[in-house]
Design a binder for this molecule. Structure first.
Ligand SMILES: [Zn+2]
Length: 400
């Protein structure tokens, strides 16, 4: 039996006044997703435990069948895994954003979309001035960089009680009350403060100011954690898997659970992604793997922008170019199960991720048809099929 999961990131939403009280899923023309619902079962699942942050990291870990309470250690270790950075048992990965803070306000959590080349130069200077055997500044893409604490035989100073605020939650807000706190926060705050003087005099920033761009005023450290001890998916569920995504977080999750990662040219992680290329890659992968997962970020990006039309358009593209052809290919090759489900809601109203249940639809071998004919929130909310611990949905989906 072949299994496929399509994740329209953050697509679950609320009824919209601008859509005459419909949600984006209800308003969108999504015949392929509706067919999954009509042929199979619709339900709801909550992938973000109340005491964990409503992030794609927590939610996708759960959607892939892992209890986030047991395995979630932070965002940075997942991104380190995506980059192939090896972490020892006492090492910690920490997100090292380049940001623009002006008059104690988070002016831009991307430092005005600083280029990777500029970021690499800034990180090299940080490494020379502040780095060493214990601290390694590792450039990534644009403003998204990493700091690795190499503990050796010494446990890291950070614990589960260390708190640090994601800079994208602080846009246009005061940062004064949101510096890191708890165990190890002195070190994080010291590094953030040291970076201010280093960056103020840096030629990269001088050149940016000349071009009328915002400077990177300092690093913002957050998302710290050790590598989670996640058992391979094949060990837990007895299936080989592969992931198609344009987002580092999902690449990292795939690496951690022992899945192959399929890179699709034209997959951007944004609204202009090549949906059809992702659909074709998923179908091609069916020959080589038991379980193919296609993650699409565009629905989440549209939500962050508060763009209702773009969210609906993204859903329709996913439906037409991924869910439709993939369902057809699955049915043609023999026994299969197909699930459509986002990770968490990203309401257009708040433009950010939220806790709460999301709708899923499952069709295929051994899945009896229920009374629901459309894939949307009202169907899911009326269904008897509900998973408060969302990570348990995977076992149901696999029929094991
Ligand atoms: Zn997400």
């Amino acid at each position: 039996m072949k299994f496929a999961l399509v994740i329209p990131d953050g697509c679950a939403d609320e009824p919209q006044d601008s859509l005459s009280g419909k949600t984006p899923l209800q308003a969108a023309d999504i015949p392929a997703m509706d067919a999954v619902a009509a042929q199979g079962a619709v339900g709801r699942a909550n992938h973000v435990p109340a005491d964990l942050p409503a992030g794609s990291d927590v939610a996708n870990l759960s959607l892939l069948g892992y209890d986030p309470r047991a395995y979630y250690t932070g965002r940075a270790p997942l991104e380190a895994a995506a980059q192939g950075i090896q972490l020892g048992p006492n090492d910690c990965a920490i997100r090292c954003n380049l940001v623009t803070v002006e008059e104690q306000m988070m002016r831009d959590f991307t430092a005005d979309h600083i280029t990777t080349e500029e970021a690499t130069q800034l990180l090299a200077t940080l490494q020379a001035e502040l780095g060493g055997a214990k601290l390694e500044f590792i450039p990534g893409v644009s403003y998204r960089n990493l700091l690795v604490w190499r503990g050796g035989n010494t446990p890291p100073p950070f614990t589960a009680d260390t708190r640090a605020t994601p800079p994208h939650d602080l846009t246009d807000k005061s940062v004064i009350d949101d510096f890191p706190r708890g165990p190890g926060s002195d070190l994080l705050n010291q590094l953030m403060s040291d970076s201010v003087a280093i960056f103020a005099a840096h030629p990269v920033n001088a050149a940016r100011r000349k071009q009328g761009k915002l400077p990177a005023t300092n690093v913002w450290l957050w998302g710290q954690g050790r590598t989670p001890a996640v058992p391979p998916f094949a060990e837990v569920y007895g299936k080989q898997g592969a992931m198609i995504t344009a987002v580092d977080l999902l690449r990292g999750l795939a690496a951690l659970i022992g899945w192959r990662r399929i890179e699709v040219p034209g997959a951007t992680g944004y609204l202009d992604t090549d949906y059809a290329a992702k659909g074709r890659a998923a179908i091609a992968a069916l020959n080589e793997t038991d379980f193919i997962c296609v993650h699409v970020e565009a629905t989440d990006e549209a939500s962050h922008e508060g763009n209702t039309a773009a969210k609906i358009k993204a859903l329709e593209e996913i439906d037409r170019h991924i869910v439709g052809p993939l369902h057809q290919a699955l049915a043609a090759q023999g026994e299969y199960r197909l699930m459509v489900s986002p990770d968490h809601p990203t309401p257009l109203r708040t433009k950010t991720h939220s806790h709460g249940a999301v709708p899923f639809a499952i069709a295929g071998s051994g899945i009896a048809s229920d009374k629901f004919r459309t894939y949307d929130e009202p169907s899911a909310n009326a269904s008897q099929l509900a998973f408060d611990d969302g990570w348990k949905l995977m076992r149901y989906f696999l029929g094991s």
